[in-house]
Design a protein around this ligand. Structure first.
Ligand code: AMP
Length: 279
């Protein structure tokens, strides 16, 4: 497994692979890898001849008061996990390699990014889109793998690829959870013991919503209220949003029909966690 920190090294390796007729699968990440990331890599391994993983804590997608500095990092441990898949190449650039002096070009979107996480993180998706398109240009993958854990991100990337004719197939992968239901996340490391227990309220509340939907409930307002009621039973939890939107367009729906995303963001203490179900 190669670990590259320059664009040039990645480009020349991928060029060589393409010359030999290999397909390339790509998993973009911010590192501090866990089983959720690993499931994407394994899917890439099954789908493609070569697997590239990027590990880059992208400053552009963090707001000024967010956790860029404290975001957990451990390249050595990440590399070990990648070896087990196995991954062929890790791209681990420094911010200076990705954003040269004078950088001023961005990818942005008029829809999809105003709801859900876009409300409290107004510049987040611009940063995500910009870095993902740059990574696509660098890695030139045939397939790229994204988790449904970040469902709005997945929808945004699919839309961007369609709108800008990017020649990459986007594969969405299911949410991997801890045994007790908490969606795996690098940010779970911020939680102390009490908060870790309290964080179970996210998956519990969604399970309550799912129960209602399975019983035939179609009114978003009723589903949202039921989910919020469960979250509010947890003293350490503070709701950022509970929303029901169309999964393709990320616009609110009043009545469930087609592919609908039920998404929540909840602060547990100072840590903001997200979770969702697609129904
Ligand atoms: P991150 O490192 O948090 O930026 O995530 C990198 C990729 O891994 C994204 O496509 C995420 O949606 C995906 N991912 C993160 N956590 C999980 C999880 N628990 N299950 C599935 N995919 C995940």
């Amino acid at each position: 497994m190669k670990i590259c920190d320059t664009v040039e090294e990645v480009r020349s390796q991928v060029k060589q692979w393409k010359k030999e007729g290999f397909s390339v699968g790509f998993v973009p990440t911010m590192g501090y890898l866990h089983e959720g990331h690993k499931s994407l890599m394994e899917k890439a391994r099954q789908t493609c001849d070569k697997v590239v993983v990027s590990i880059f804590v992208n400053p552009m997608q963090f707001g000024p008061t967010e956790d860029l500095e404290s975001y957990p990092r451990d390249l050595e441990k990440d590399a070990k996990l990648c070896e087990t898949v196995p991954v062929d190449l890790i791209f681990h650039p420094q911010p200076e390699e990705m954003y040269k002096d004078g950088f001023c070009s961005y990818v942005d979107m008029n829809g999809l990014t105003t709801e859900l996480c876009g409300k409290t993180r107004p510049t987040h998706f611009r940063g995500v889109q910009t870095v993902v398109l740059k990574l696509f240009h660098i890695v030139q993958p045939d397939y790229a793998f994204f988790g449904q854990k970040d469902a709005q991100q997945l929808a945004v990337i699919k839309r961007m690829v369609t709108d800008l004719n990017v020649d990459v197939k986007i594969v969405g992968c299911p949410i991997i959870r801890e045994e007790d239901g908490l969606a795996k996340s690098s940010r779970n490391t911020y939680l102390n013991k009490e908060e870790r227990q309290a964080a179970l309220i996210l998956s519990k509340s969604l399970a309550e919503g799912k129960k209602l939907i399975d019983a035939g409930e179609k009114q978003s307002a009723v589903i949202k209220k039921a989910i919020a009621n469960v979250i509010e039973t947890e003293p350490l939890a503070r709701i950022d949003y509970v929303d029901v939107v169309d999964f393709d367009t990320i616009t609110p729906v009043e009545t469930l029909n087609g592919s609908t995303l039920v998404a929540i963001a909840v602060y547990i203490g100072k840590t903001r966690l997200i979770d969702n179900i697609i129904v």
